[in-house]
Design a protein around this ligand. Structure first.
Ligand SMILES: *Cc1c(COP(=O)(O)O)cnc(C)c1O
Length: 399
């Protein structure tokens, strides 16, 4: 049977304590216990439905986690203060000194910097690979490998991971497959394809209003319990906890995610088609010319489309910068990092979000200076947007 992630979210039902149609927000850092014994049991992690202290769990955070777990089809989820606050504890929970990670080389700049510069201090080594080549991934696995790490659709090159293929490798070598699904919420359901853990930066499409950072880890109850364990849990001990007020606000925004994703995808597909027809080097997973178009198609929940992210290559950083400044002046969007906003956002990743990656490595992976990454907005009239964009491109000599 087909997995229907948006239905799973919609089928949840909660009421506030006075019958409010939204759950009440828990405005407390600590919780009372009638019995001292229950408090002790809660410390041990043996009591369901009891809250101890808000770095551990809060009712508001659990509501949001439940909605995200429903979306990804996992037993449960743990929300965090940022996407990095979800990624770093997961990796530190699963991998220790002397152990090894095989990671895609085209990943979010912060994740790359964490694996490249930070975790070696803790004795954790990472091999960065072309994740689209399963033979290369397999050849990089050593007896110390614990995790295969990738993004379903990678930042910023929009490479697509063969999650089922990677999952087969993970099972063969007894590894965990951890997938960052930030670029493709609803479109791709990594757990259904065999991933063990799914992470999102809620900052992007899921919250969708660029007013906060947030993150989530979706996984088994056992793994989430491990992350939250008061004695050994990386989420609990590193302390990247989301605030309850914010969890409540993200949950409300999440209810329109399915509508927004459809519109982001519709608009991005429209522009990608036009740009490519105009002769621009355009990367979008929905284009037949994308090397992983068929793979994405085979994995996707069709109704949400190929997502809102696309890139074009303008040929040089100067042209990219001129175009972005002009597009902002014409109010087509904002020259800003991040993604998933109602306005189109654009940036040149080589000199911004992926600047953690050294220049030679950028070149090797095909990240050129003139690349512009677009997060296409919710424009009501994308044909009009296209006409204005095209005139900007002509003005700066990109077309
Ligand atoms: C933004 C982003 C992150 C980091 O999330 P924050 O909320 O900024 O900490 C991780 N992965 C991907 C793919 C992202 O786009």
């Amino acid at each position: 049977m087909k997995f229907k992630p948006a239905n799973k979210i919609q089928d949840l039902q909660y009421f506030g304590e006075f019958g409010g149609v939204n759950p009440s927000i828990s405005d407390s850092s600590t919780y009372t216990f009638i019995s001292a014994k229950t408090m002790a049991d809660t410390f041990e992690g043996n009591t369901d439905g009891c809250h101890l202290y808000s770095r551990h769990t809060t009712p508001s955070n659990l509501y949001l986690g439940e909605a995200l777990a429903a979306m990804e089809g996992t037993e449960t989820a743990n929300v965090s203060a940022s996407g990095m606050g979800a990624i770093t504890p997961v990796l530190l929970q699963l991998v220790g000194a002397g152990e090894h990670i095989v990671s895609s080389r085209t990943i979010y700049g912060g994740t790359y910097a964490f694996l490249k510069n930070f975790t070696p201090r803790l004795g954790i080594e990472t091999t960065f690979v072309d994740i689209t080549r399963l033979d290369v991934v397999e050849a990089s696995i050593t007896e110390n490998t614990k995790v295969i790490y990738c993004e379903s659709v990678s930042n910023p090159l929009l490479e697509v991971a063969d999650i089922a293929g990677l999952s087969d490798l993970a099972k063969k070598y007894n590894l965990k497959l951890v997938v960052d699904n930030t670029f493709s919420p609803l479109s791709i359901s990594p757990i259904k394809l065999g991933a063990d853990v799914v992470i999102h930066s809620l900052t992007k499409f899921i919250n969708g209003s660029s007013d906060t950072v947030g993150g989530v880890v979706c996984g088994t109850q056992e793994f989430i319990n491990d992350l939250r364990n008061v004695n050994s849990g990386a989420s609990m001990l590193l302390g990247s906890t989301m605030d309850s007020l914010r969890a409540s606000s993200v949950l409300k925004n999440m209810r329109t995610l399915h509508l927004r994703m459809k519109q982001h995808s519709f608009n991005a597909a429209f522009l990608a088609d036009k740009f490519e027809a105009d002769g621009l080097k355009t990367v979008y997973p929905g284009l037949e010319s994308h090397p992983s178009h068929q793979l994405f198609k085979s994995m996707m929940n069709t109704e949400y489309g190929f997502g809102g992210m696309l890139t074009i290559d303008t040929g040089s950083l100067e042209k990219a910068n001129a175009l972005m400044e002009l597009m902002q002046e014409k109010n087509l969007g904002y020259l800003a990092v991040s993604l998933g906003f109602y306005k189109t956002l654009f940036s040149a990743p080589g000199s911004s979000t992926s600047s953690e990656i050294p220049e030679e490595e950028q070149k090797e992976m095909g990240l050129s200076n003139g690349l512009i990454r677009f997060s296409i907005g919710l424009d009501n009239d994308i044909a009009r947007t296209y006409e204005i964009m095209k005139s900007c491109m002509k003005e700066v000599g990109v077309l």
